[in-house]
Design a protein around this ligand. Structure first.
Ligand SMILES: Cc1cc2nc3c(=O)[nH]c(=O)nc-3n(C[C@H](O)[C@H](O)[C@H](O)COP(=O)(O)OP(=O)(O)OC[C@H]3O[C@@H](n4cnc5c(N)ncnc54)[C@H](O)[C@@H]3O)c2cc1C
Length: 205
């Protein structure tokens, strides 16, 4: 069973012998997986509101924009921590920079512009979670399908020689890009492996 992220397959980090069927490879390559980034910064003083959205809440929810939030909100913590969540191009603005120092400097400069230099003034420490740089992840999650989505997922789910099965978030139709979608896809793949009737109309999708 293969449950590795789509990017790992797209970058050919695993060699299959015999090679995967062309239809499977084409389906894998037709998925867009963007960059994914979170940054958490601890500050000595709190100078910010609970949530800062860029360019409209709806766009932020559709992940076309980044958002910054009070990561300690309602957590009973006495620390001042701002979180940044960014996917796709909004994440790439940071991940394409060549060092962690460059990423944090860009982010602090943006916060300084919004909060009158207070981010740099009260900066304490930070953690960057760059999912695109993780060697076994290499990105955020499946975001778009260049070809017919249902056909693509069907090709992805097709077992190879009834021996090699596939699962993961990209193989969920209803809950793509989520943990529960990945779990449901895994359940469907196990049922497929056990020889149960496999259909794109089952509730697992
Ligand atoms: C910043 C961010 C925030 C998110 N927020 C949410 C959220 O709030 N809610 C939600 O539902 N989802 C969220 N997601 C999406 C969710 O994390 C993924 O959809 C989910 O983890 C995908 O599960 P998966 O099992 O398909 O893949 P993964 O969780 O990526 O698991 C794949 C596994 O394969 C392993 N692997 C890779 N290469 C190899 C190899 N060569 N050999 C062996 N093993 C290998 C990896 O180490 C990894 O353990 C978020 C994702 C990101 C990046």
């Amino acid at each position: 069973m293969s449950t590795v992220p789509v990017k790992i397959l797209q970058e050919r980090r695993i060699t299959f012998e015999p090679a995967l069927p062309d239809e499977k490879t084409a389906a894998i390559d037709s998925i867009f997986v963007g960059d994914g980034l979170k940054i958490f910064v601890a500050f000595k003083e709190r100078f910010y509101p609970d949530l800062v959205g860029f360019g409209g809440v709806l766009k932020a929810l559709r992940m076309e924009n980044k958002y910054i939030y009070d990561a300690a909100f309602n957590k009973g913590a006495d620390q001042n921590i701002l979180g940044l969540f960014a996917i796709n191009e909004k994440a790439a603005e940071y991940t394409r920079l060549d060092s962690e120092a460059a990423i944090i400097n860009k982010y602090l400069a943006e916060l300084d512009a919004m909060f009158d230099g207070q981010a740099s003034r009260y900066y304490h420490k930070h953690i960057i979670q760059n999912w695109s740089a993780e060697p076994y992840i290499r990105g955020a999650y499946s975001y778009d399908f260049y070809a017919n989505r249902r056909q693509t997922i069907k090709a992805l789910r097709q077992a190879v020689a009834n021996k090699l099965f596939f699962a993961g978030e990209a193989l969920s139709i209803k809950h793509q890009a989520t943990v529960h979608g990945a779990c449901q896809s895994g359940l469907a793949a196990v049922r497929q492996l056990l020889g149960e009737a496999y259909s794109l109309t089952t509730q697992d999708l």
